[in-house]
Design a protein around this ligand. Sequence first.
Ligand SMILES: [Zn+2]
Ligand SMILES: [Zn+2]
Length: 335
Amino acid sequence: MSVSFQVLGQPGRDNALFVKVDTGQAQTRLLFDCGDGCPHQLGASEGREVDHLCFSHLHMDHIAGFDYFFRLNFDRTAKENRIWVPHGSAEVIHHRFRGFMWNLVDEKQEGEWFVHEIAPDIVRETRFLASDGFRTAHGHLEWPRRNRVIIDGEGFVVEAILLDHGTPSVGYIVRELARVNVDTIKLYAKGLKPGPWVKRLRGPVATPGEMIVIGEVEHPLGALQAELLVTTPGDSIAYLTDFRMTKATADELAERLRGVNAVVCESQYRAIDTDLAERVMHSTAEEVAAMAARAGIGRLILFHFSDRYDVEARREMLRDARAIFANTSVPEGWV
Ligand SMILES: [Zn+2]
Ligand SMILES: [Zn+2]
């Protein structure tokens, strides 16, 4: 199992993040935002395989590359077409769907799109169909956001955090599920042979006193699970962009990001430009590094720099951030 990622776009330009979760049996591709040129960088074959397009928010620099993605997939039936946006944003996506002449489509077109609006307590789903040229917003399903999770995927979950950018901006955390393996050396050392019973061994935690029959002998299941199962925590990555690092947000992120391995986070401004950051509801490199140190994350990747900074200024921002949180980097070739 693995989680790999690639920051898309250029420094000072539009950006996005591509994440691939590979369980060994299944691969899931997640694209976070769709800035100008970003899905193009993935290319058509990878772009056609994206399972979820997760927007932070719909400012122009995050959706300017959407037409390319939509053109690849508008009538896709090989996978479900799922888009995630902050609450109140489905209308913008609907307008993007409708921004073409659809006179050549008919009921033979089977493309079906689900747009999910993420609100503090619920997720609201609206369905759109290629067969009617995306004219009608079909149905509005709503369900509660369970344990902060919005996507319950194969071998992973995605959680959402609503951030404040003057408009809601969604931060996302992808968490691979913990892996449970059987220590076969210990198993053989105990004189046991693998068989169908291993499925129960790896299954839910034993109830008190639960026994399991192996061969013709009964064994206490709880003791066997404690002895033979090895649990490895899954990998994790967070995507956070376009938000103001208020005290409340810093407190929330310190709690929500605890133990996350990699955090890809906006770094629009330098500390000397904090006034500007406050005015346009962005964060500075120092604020982001302080949050990383407080949350005890594994590594911080800064991206989405303002175009007012040249490469030398970006190097200084990286140095300033590293002074606060040593394991900070930027995408390759950005400084
Ligand atoms: Zn923005
Ligand atoms: Zn932005």
